[in-house]
Design a binder for this molecule. Structure first.
Ligand code: GUN
Length: 289
């Protein structure tokens, strides 16, 4: 069993990005600038956005954090997005999800200029991903792809089972793993809440990518020997022994599943840091364009 170490790999990627930024600075070029809009005060969203800003500092990017109240109107949020679309200094920006109920997420995503959509959520970028055209890949799937690539995980001809069909992870992951590219060229099964024979399908997976949000859902009896597992789950579970009052738990029961794996991502320290590094990669790409 080998750990797919997202923390270590993301540190390597950040060093590569920092070296590029140092070179840009030396030549007097434009420093990449990422902006983030955070609506409301959801604890997890605040943590994620603050981490993204901290990452920018680490690699030498410029960053801006725009905090809006959870009572902000949809119209006001869209106005802010148009302002960032027009701001020539901002290379890319994200609107942290989820948004309050009164704001229509689809409308928000469609308002972001595709050239600045470093989350890769705009329909234009989703279409480009599906057609294997250059665009922005969503950060979590992009992070997973890079992790598989850097560990030379064999994917060609394998049965890849993706658990969960979210627009952020499951759906794009199913598209990417089926692409005629490496990593990819898998035979893909996308499972979801209506899937019949879920356990049997998981047991037939050579590569199992789990993005369900249910702590410890995948147990040892649900996977075969030699499987490659990517655990995207990051649920906060109350834990009074921790300073923060919670710990992060993945979708896979790591201790019992790991011994059966060829490769497995830990939680934390697997997909999470790769997602963050991928957002930086997309921002650097946006600034070059
Ligand atoms: N919420 C959970 N994951 C993400 C992400 O990758 N981007 C944004 N904008 N919001 C999220």
């Amino acid at each position: 069993m080998q750990i797919l170490d997202g923390k270590k790999t993301s540190e390597e990627i950040k060093l590569e990005i920092k070296a590029e930024v140092d070179e840009i600075r030396r030549k007097g070029g434009k420093i990449p600038h990422l902006a983030a809009i955070l609506v409301g005060s959801n604890g997890a969203s605040m943590t994620y956005v603050n981490s993204k800003i901290k990452d920018c500092e680490e690699v030498g990017f410029k960053s801006s954090l725009i905090k809006l109240s959870d009572t902000v109107s949809e119209k006001e949020l869209l106005r802010k997005i148009r302002e960032l679309n027009a701001d020539e200094d901002v290379d890319g920006f994200i609107v942290q999800l989820p948004l309050p109920q009164h704001i229509e997420e689809k409308k928000v995503i469609k308002t972001i200029k595709p050239e600045k959509d470093v989350d890769g959520f705009h329909p234009e970028n989703v279409g480009k991903m599906a057609l294997n055209l250059p665009g922005f890949l969503p950060a979590t799937p992009y992070g997973i792809i890079q992790l598989l690539q850097r560990y030379n995980v064999d994917t060609t001809g394998k049965h890849c089972v993706v658990v969960g069909r979210s627009h952020i992870v499951g759906l794009p992951m199913s598209i990417l793993m089926g692409r005629n590219a490496y990593p990819g060229n898998c035979t893909v099964t996308l499972t979801h809440s209506r899937t019949v024979n879920f356990k049997e399908i998981c047991r037939s997976a050579d590569i199992l990518i789990v993005a369900l949000g249910k702590p410890n859902h995948i147990t040892a009896d649900m996977v075969k020997d030699g499987v490659v597992i990517v655990d995207v789950g990051i649920t906060r579970v109350p834990d009074t022994s921790k300073k923060a009052g919670y710990r992060i738990v993945g979708d896979v029961k790591f201790d019992e599943v790991a011994p059966k794996c060829l490769f497995i991502t830990p939680v934390p320290g697997g997909v999470g840091p790769m997602t963050r590094a991928s957002l930086l990669k997309n921002t650097l790409l946006a600034s070059k364009r």
